[in-house]
Design a protein around this ligand. Structure first.
Ligand code: ADP
Ligand code: MG
Ligand code: MG
Length: 499
């Protein structure tokens, strides 16, 4: 049996306090400023912490781990230490949350804007077309949504070229990791309480992260506004979900702190067991549903047959609170993000000039592909852009050489093919050396990070019941990888240490 020697290694995130974001590689750091800490010991302690605190996901290696709770658990992938993040950018990102919440609500009320902006994408993208069909049906019947619940996550990267906080996207459906994200902050706090002195890092500089309890609270208060004590919350889930514990954290908080029962149903199960009463009440397996909380339904893969689309329409037609409604869902599309970044568009939806300026400041370059000039530039310099289809969930964007090829091909195809995509300025965060832990194995690599800020919005008719920033999620990925999804296997969960 080969037992590797317990090496005393340098934890790069724990070095120079002056480093603006992340740190320079250990080799370049002058000796003497390096602090030695027992990495192997920390990794073991962290893994145990994950196991006993539920910072876990289903293990790919165990076939039942996505369907049977409590089977085949593995610690979620995490970084060993929090990422340095300047307090000024942190404050800026937090301040944006309620403004984006408000913006989503305002834009959602303008059905014509949503339909018009997405009309060309719909001709070439079946998925977008199906969502728009449901939305159009709701417009036809003048469907009123009295109670509106948004659980969003706006994602940002720090662009090293411009030293600015730039938005990647705002997720309005199935914003993931409020549960596990809050736990990673606790994990890092625990590690720093023990090793912080050696590392020169103060655990108090990790902001409190209450994303899980605050999202549960938003769902609980929505349930209260619905005003039916016997009603349940229904979480719409994928048939196989290895990230189920992130969801169960919310379910658990809802039960323990709000006394609310949550059921989990797939779209197919909703189609099979659900119906809407003449008064609009959504009933599934004999239970009245107060809130439909989508943790599925954002991807074409979630709709393998007509049954799933029937379920989506059924829920939308009901008087249950939808999180998100079809209109909130559409506001979160890449195309709408790009339309909102055009001159004078925010002004259509918001009155407060300061809010508008704050939003605009975080917008990266975004272009529609009917802009021939920018398409030409992107073909010439593909590394400065990201090509995005109307998709969610990671792994769909196109970069570099593929971007070039795709644009050339789409241009040749004529017609509307280009309308399925938007172009975005590529953001270049500074890379730093980080210890990543995956499946009990720790490795060091150059990484970049993306900060997500959760926001909860609840409105009942004219009364805004809640409009809050609700904790955060840092995701860190190897800098050579383009995509960033944790569930998709590209990134690890992280937290931040304010500098
Ligand atoms: P999705 O809805 O699939 O999450 P995103 O727009 O968030 O789509 O893109 C997925 C990932 O691609 C992001 O998490 C980020 O890592 C990377 N990415 C997206 N846009 C940019 C950009 N403009 N510059 C650099 N990386 C980006
Ligand atoms: Mg997204
Ligand atoms: Mg994303």
């Amino acid at each position: 049996l080969h037992v590797p020697p317990r090496r005393r290694m340098v934890v790069s995130r724990a070095m120079s306090a002056e480093a603006p974001l992340g740190v320079t590689p250990a080799a370049e750091e002058p000796a003497g400023r390096q602090e030695a800490v027992p990495v192997a010991e920390m990794v073991e302690e962290a893994a145990v912490w994950c196991a006993v605190h539920g910072l876990v996901v289903g293990d790919r290696a165990e076939p039942r781990s996505g369907t049977v709770p409590g089977v085949g658990l593995v610690h979620a992938p995490f970084s060993l230490l929090p990422a340095r993040f300047p307090a000024s950018f942190w404050k800026q990102a937090c301040e944006l949350a309620p403004i984006f919440n408000d913006l989503v609500d305002r834009v959602s009320l303008d059905g014509e804007f949503l339909q018009d902006s997405l009309s060309r994408a719909r001709q070439v993208d079946d998925f977008t077309a199906r969502l728009l069909d449901i939305h159009a049906k709701m417009m036809e019947i003048n469907k009123e949504e009295d109670i509106r619940l948004g659980l969003h996550r706006s994602d940002y990267m720090l662009d090293s070229e411009t030293n600015s906080l730039l938005q990647i996207e705002n997720n309005t459906i199935s914003s993931s990791f409020p549960g596990l994200g809050s736990l990673v902050s606790e994990l890092h706090r625990t590690l720093l309480n023990r090793y912080g002195k050696t590392l020169g890092l103060d655990s108090k500089r990790i902001p409190r992260n209450r994303a899980a309890t605050q999202f549960a609270e938003a769902l609980g208060i929505a349930w209260t506004e619905f005003n039916n004590k016997s009603a349940v919350i229904m979480m719409v889930v994928q048939p196989e979900e290895r990230n189920m514990y992130d969801q169960y954290w919310l379910i658990n908080h809802l039960k323990e702190s709000h006394g609310v029962k949550t059921i989990r149903k797939t779209l197919a199960q909703v189609e099979a067991g659900g119906h809407v009463l003449p008064d609009g009440t959504l009933v599934i397996d004999g239970q009245t549903v107060s809130v439909v909380y989508f943790r599925a339904g954002y991807s074409p893969n979630d709709y393998p047959s007509e049954a799933e689309w029937k379920a989506r329409l059924l829920m939308e037609q009901s008087s249950a609170i939808k999180c998100p409604s079809i209109s909130y869902h559409l506001v979160g599309t890449k195309k709408i993000q790009q339309e909102l970044a055009k001159p004078n568009v925010l002004e259509r939806f918001l009155d407060n000039k300061e809010d508008i300026a704050k939003l605009r400041k975080c917008f990266a370059g975004l272009w529609s592909l009917d802009n021939e000039e920018i398409v030409k530039t992107a073909i010439e310099k593909p590394d400065l852009f990201v090509l995005k289809p109307q998709r969610e969930g990671g792994g769909n964007n196109i970069y570099g050489h593929d971007l070039q090829e795709t644009l050339v091909r789409l241009q040749k195809e004529q017609g509307e093919a280009l309308a399925a995509y938007i172009l975005m300025q590529r953001i270049f965060p500074r890379a730093s050396l980080t210890h990543l832990v995956q499946g009990g194995v720790c490795f060091e690599d150059l990484t970049i990070s993306e900060l997500g800020i959760y926001g909860a919005y609840l409105r009942n008719k004219d009364k805004v019941v809640m409009n809050n920033q609700c904790g955060y999620l840092m995701r860190t990925k190897v800098s050579s990888s383009n995509e960033g999804g944790v569930a998709a296997g590209f990134a690890v969960l992280d937290s931040i240490l304010l500098t």
